[in-house]
Design a protein around this ligand. Sequence first.
Ligand SMILES: Cc1ncc(COP(=O)(O)O)c(C=O)c1O
Length: 440
Amino acid sequence: MASDRRDQAVRAAVEQGLLSEAQPVAALLDVAGIRASAASLRAAFAAVTDAPVLHAFAVKASPLAAVLALLRAEGIGAEVASPGELALARAAGVGPEHTVLDSPAKTPSELREALSLGIAVNADNPQELARVDALVSSAGSRSPLGLRVNPQIGRGAIGALSTATPTSKFGVALRDEGAREWVVRAYLDRPWLTRLHTHSGSQGMPLTLMAQGIRAVYELAEEINAAVGRQQIDTIDIGGGLPVNFASDEETPTFAEYAGLLAEQVPGLLDGRYGLVTEFGRSLLAKHGTVLARVEYAKTAGSRPIAVTHAGVQVATRTVYDPISWPLRIAAYDSKGIPKAGADVPQDIAGPACFAGDLLAEARPLPLLEQGDVIAALDTGAYYFSNHYGYNSLPRPGVYGFGAGADGSVRFATVRAPQSLEGIVSESGGDHPDALTGGV
Ligand SMILES: Cc1ncc(COP(=O)(O)O)c(C=O)c1O
């Protein structure tokens, strides 16, 4: 998000009372930024292939109905990986023809539902494919069906997000003994198996390694089609995983760079014979989200200044538990939402949770924060505030989309209302307080 647009939005959020004593943390989404990213994704692939491309947003990156509906309006579908994500995509009006179901642990009833809706499904493993076999032979299906493979090309900088390691849990491990032959046979035996899927991301993977994974899958598709004697595989799902720059406002790498690299490294994939599915998540949303939080107290310990804020592990779980892999930029504002001036002082930006590691940033040089100031955690539009972690029964903050009104003022729309205390009690078994004292 451009810093001037962000500054305007922060000031308006403070002036319009989105942040208050009762709601000391709030999240903002830049609607124009999301639209621009969707358009640049579509343009990037339209520039390299004439074949049909379904861009399916990885719902896990921002499971918010209004975000999915906004993306749908921008021509982007949904990649879902749980019944909850599928329900959300449907609630947002994403049609079955624009929805793809991937996940490593689909139950028989999830598969049945997906096939009856006509949603595309990528089977993860031989056992799942056997379940799909049974459903196809009993009820048939108009779902496009595929198989996920792991090209085992190696890991990126973040082990927990590397899906193409030799022992990753996802897909059929293609280089394992006998696996490739098994995959080819699986397609020969199933004329209705028309897609091949891989996702070699995510954050921390070099683009060249991702392109290698896609090349491996393209070569497999060519081998299968040659073995079958016709183009049975008509669509390749290349997954998501484009990394995001968390170090500055610059949006890099771009979708165009990635599409250009694929055109260079895997030209046959883009020559029009294969339809494509993409599943980008983080790269569509991350730069367009900001968490705002009030500084409740400013204190020192061991002569280190500490700003105790309301944003911590509940909205920035990955950063708090793995700060080396997931550093976040923090911007400092005063109590009116105006960028704070002053010499940088190394200080900790702490969250509200009751454990010592609940820090958004450690010894971060920033103008010295004071009680009542506001901090902004930047680039948090994907996998942060949208993926709440309920430690200390901290409520899910409100999420507000913003855009410019006709008069140039900043206007907000509620994407998700802040969670109430009643909501917390209810989701924590508040309807069953006597469950354990009643003589079980
Ligand atoms: C199958 C699949 N597709 C797409 C994605 C989205 O990845 P990213 O948000 O890095 O683009 C993921 C992320 O975990 C995934 O597992």
